[in-house]
Ligand binder design. Structure first.
Ligand code: CP
Ligand code: NVA
Length: 300
């Protein structure tokens, strides 16, 4: 594996190895133990969109591993003035050990990876969010002790995180019901690939999706870049809220995930987000450990 563009770039065994390493790193960190394996390695972090978790978790991970992160806003680079992605990739490959890239268009990340001679990590695109799913799988594994035989219910927008969730569930044979309004389905090609490996259903009723679920997962109704369609989206998604009614349909020991940032009162109620089933802040913490494990796994 050269970099991480899609969660499906990793096999089931490779994901398991990353998760086991992440759990070990979490334990070591809690005891104040760090190994500086990235000493003298510099990673570039190019972000075309805002970020709290992904950026901070990567910067802290790199520093704790003894490396050096450089944060590059697209507009601070010549990319912002028209230098091509291909030329940028070739030049940055001469200085850096890896590139972490959050891009508006997935094709930007693919092109960067095509021309870079160093690993490129997708830190979110319009199509996928693989780093998020590593932390999510880690959280599910920590809380449930397994990744197989579970049912995940995705309630809301069939967006980037949902696409990666489908591929991750399919990889582990987890069933996934996606409840979304018509017109907001996940990527059709990803759904088709997922269906070859596991039970993936696209349905309309959030209560049906939540029925007997082990995991409830939701995300914002208005992703970064969707702001112009806010009014339309607020209308379309008004019935796709993870609230007590939806939670009641899930298994008694169900956990609630949200990649965050949350829009409390929209896709999730305060009651559920702050309630006993919610593991959203463990999930957010796990971004750090999972991304650290990823950095240790890639040939940086
Ligand atoms: N979940 C997630 O990727 O959060 P940020 O946008 O804050 O990085
Ligand atoms: N779907 C959201 C995820 C944020 C982490 C977005 O793309 O804005």
């Amino acid at each position: 594996m050269k970099g991480l563009i899609s969660i499906s770039d990793l096999s089931k065994g490779e994901i398991f190895d990353v998760l086991k390493l992440a759990l070990r790193l979490k334990d070591e960190r809690s005891r104040g133990t760090f190994s500086e394996v990235l000493r003298h390695k510099t990673l570039g972090m190019i972000f075309e969109k805002p970020s709290t978790r992904t950026r901070t978790a990567f910067e802290v991970a790199i520093v704790e591993l003894g490396g050096y992160p450089i944060y590059l806003n697209r507009n601070d680079l010549q990319l912002g003035r028209g230098e091509t992605i291909a030329d940028t990739a070739r030049v940055l490959s001469k200085y850096l050990s890896g590139i972490i890239l959050r891009a508006t268009r997935h094709s930007t990340i693919v092109e960067m990876a095509d021309y870079a001679s160093i690993p490129v990590i997708n830190a979110l695109s319009d199509l996928e969010h693989p780093c998020q799913l590593l932390a999510d799988l880690m959280t599910i594994y920590e809380k449930k002790g397994t990744l197989s035989g579970l049912k995940l219910a995705w309630i809301g927008d069939g967006n980037n995180v949902c696409n990666s969730a489908i591929l991750a569930c399919a990889c582990f044979g987890m069933r996934i019901d996606v409840a979304c309004p018509r017109g907001y389905e996940p990527n059709a090609e990803i759904v088709e690939r997922g269906q070859k490996l596991s039970a993936v259903r696209i349905i309309r009723d959030p209560l049906e999706a939540a029925s007997a679920a082990d995991i409830l997962y939701t995300d914002t109704w208005i992703s970064m870049g969707d702001e112009a369609a806010s009014a339309e989206r607020l209308r379309a998604f008004s019935k796709y809220r993870v609230d007590e009614k939806v939670l009641d349909r899930a298994n008694d020991d169900a956990i609630v995930l949200h990649c965050l940032p949350a829009h409390r009162g929209q896709e999730i109620t305060d009651e559920v987000m702050d309630g006993p089933h919610s593991v959203v802040f463990v999930q957010a913490e796990n971004r750090l450990h999972a991304q650290k494990a990823l950095l240790l796994t890639l040939p940086l």
